[in-house]
Design a protein around this ligand. Structure first.
Ligand SMILES: [Zn+2]
Length: 206
């Protein structure tokens, strides 16, 4: 039986690398995988998932209007699909998560979703909220804070390096940087107004 998977993490935990590795594993066995990524993420050019270690794959794009079940089902009729992989799945709507669960339940195709659990305010993204609720398997991809603890939170830093916890959930083309930290240092950075002060080291850009 196929299952719906949610691989979640803070930023920079190698989600895209994990996705591309899974996709490759299917292809290596002569199976067809289909990759989607959010239209909002154009860091690497349209219709592509790339990892920072140099792997990449062409990808279909989704936005909030994409009818994922209809699209995947018609691709599947033309040529059987053995696995669907979704990058940036935090941007899925509730309805799209339901459609992906239909891909699993009606078409019997495994769906592997990769994305962030929470935004820089510590709030769940819509896609992550419903994946946490409905996925068969929840898998945490781990990354660490400067202090060595597991990083579970994402800080948004403005152009002067000050942590922000207000504003739009997604900023495109801004000068913000994002840093993954543990919960303790997330709270300390917001209350002191500086991540450098908390860690005593400069923050690397991403
Ligand atoms: Zn920490």
């Amino acid at each position: 039986m196929a299952q719906l998977y949610f691989y979640y993490s803070a930023m920079n935990a190698g989600k895209s690398t994990a996705l591309l590795q899974s996709s490759y594993n299917y292809q290596e066995r002569g199976m067809r995988s289909v990759v989607y990524t959010a239209e909002i993420d154009d860091r690497f050019g349209a219709g592509q998932v790339s990892s920072r270690i140099g792997l990449s794959s062409p990808a279909s794009l989704f936005n909030t209007q994409t009818a994922l079940y209809t699209e995947i089902s018609s691709k599947h009729q033309r040529q059987p699909i053995h696995c669907v992989l979704i990058d940036e799945c935090q941007f899925l709507t509730k309805e799209q998560v339901r459609e992906l669960s239909d891909v699993v339940d009606e078409l019997d195709i495994p769906v592997l979703c990769y994305g962030l659990r929470t935004d820089f305010r510590g709030e769940l993204f819509s896609g992550s909220e419903y994946l946490l609720a409905w996925a068969d398997k929840l898998v945490e991809l781990k990354t660490i804070c400067h202090c060595g603890r597991k990083a579970t939170m994402v800080l948004r830093l403005d152009s002067e390096g000050r942590p922000r916890h207000e504003g739009e959930q997604v900023v495109i083309g801004g000068n913000e940087r994002y840093v993954s930290v543990c919960r303790k240092h997330y709270k300390q950075a917001l209350s002191s107004g500086s991540l450098e002060e908390v860690h005593g080291v400069p923050v690397r850009s991403i």
